[in-house]
Design a protein around this ligand. Structure first.
Ligand code: HEM
Length: 320
């Protein structure tokens, strides 16, 4: 713990971290500063230090952590409950909808560090939620304060991931059905899709849009030609394309791109054309601050569907 505290003080002295306090309503049993109250001060800073190290070593890892947080919170008996890390062969990870989810090893190594310094206390679910949050700030997005205290599940079901994780071709109705239950407003729902400001998508998720008769083909012919060129050779489904023009920066470029017919997935394209969401897209395309504020409150809601208290447990190993 001494090492953690020193790192915390160093960061504070350097003025490195700006914390955004939110007035958002959250799950009653999650708490800000939860681990401080358990005598494990410095957990959040230690997690941030460790995940940032892995983001520096692998530029694709931060986007992977942000998507992991969504896929964990959307599926599982407790929502954000690290169920995605149980039984890679037959659990949620076996679902085709989790294609592309990667770097679970980062969560495992942070967990090992937690067990060394503050045993049996820090849940895998909290580590995932923190890693996704830290990915946003690492890439230039808002620093978001999230409440902690999630517990881990003990089961994982591939079929549930099949039915609950929205595919690239999702309609806007489906988007509202997915995020409405998190308590998000339309502004927050559009903002949370702005997570596609970082990272990549596999060509296999956009092949349908590249057919000449596709009703959701990109409006920009130049963009469509670029995608066709990038996806022309796709041996073993490994070819990827950027989610937006600035895949390593969390900014409002995504909204400018989808405004201009350069949305990567069908769902991105529809977000900019549906009358319910297009005006919000236009706001975020011209006002990054408005996007950041809505994204921050949406992320708190996304990660607040959780099991707490005596229900669930703190697993000693994340990847069972
Ligand atoms: C209806 C909602 C959504 C749909 C249909 C959707 C769909 C997708 C698809 C198909 C991919 C590409 C996966 C691949 O080919 O490897 C992707 C990537 C990604 N998604 Fe989403 N997504 C949605 C919402 C979200 C949310 C809420 C977040 C986070 C808060 C998120 C974060 C990401 C990130 C960061 C990537 C890039 C991952 C990487 O580069 O490794 N997505 N999404």
């Amino acid at each position: 713990m001494a090492g953690w505290t020193a790192a915390l003080l160093g960061a504070a002295a350097a003025g490195v971290y700006m914390v955004l306090f939110l007035g958002t309503t959250v799950h009653a049993e999650l708490q800000y500063g939860y681990y401080d109250s358990l005598g494990c001060a410095g957990v959040e800073d230690r997690v941030r230090t460790l995940v940032q190290r892995s983001f520096v070593a692998d530029a694709t890892a931060s986007a992977a952590m942000l998507r992991l947080a969504f896929h964990d919170c959307q599926v599982g008996p407790g929502g954000c409950d690290a169920s995605i890390m149980i039984d890679e062969d037959a659990g949620e990870m076996a679902s085709g909808n989790n294609f592309g989810i990667k770097r679970l090893d980062i969560i495992n190594s942070v967990k090992a560090d937690m067990e060394d310094n503050c045993p049996n206390t820090v849940s895998c679910a909290d580590i995932i939620a923190m890693a996704g949050r830290d990915a946003v700030a690492f890439n230039g997005g808002p620093d978001i304060q999230i409440p902690l205290g999630r517990k881990d599940a003990d089961s994982s079901n591939a079929g549930e991931a099949d039915s609950k994780l929205p595919p690239a071709t999702s309609s806007i109705d489906r988007v509202f059905n997915v995020f409405g239950p998190f308590g998000m407003t339309p502004e927050e729902i559009v903002a949370i899709l702005g997570a596609h400001s970082i990272g990549v998508g596999h060509c296999k998720n956009i092949q349908d849009r590249l057919q000449s008769n596709s009703p959701t083909a990109p409006n920009s012919l130049v963009f469509r030609t670029q995608l066709m060129a990038a996806c022309a050779v796709n041996v073993f489904d490994i070819a990827v394309v950027n989610n937006d023009a600035t895949q390593f920066t969390f900014d409002n470029q995504y909204f400018q791109d989808i405004q201009n017919g350069r949305g990567l997935f069908t769902v991105d394209h529809l977000l900019s054309t549906d009358p319910r969401t297009a005006p919000i897209v236009n706001t975020y395309a011209s006002n990054e601050g408005a996007f950041f504020a809505s994204f921050a409150s949406a992320y708190v809601k996304l990660t607040s569907r959780a099991v707490t208290g005596n229900r669930g447990s703190v697993r000693s190993t994340c990847q069972l």
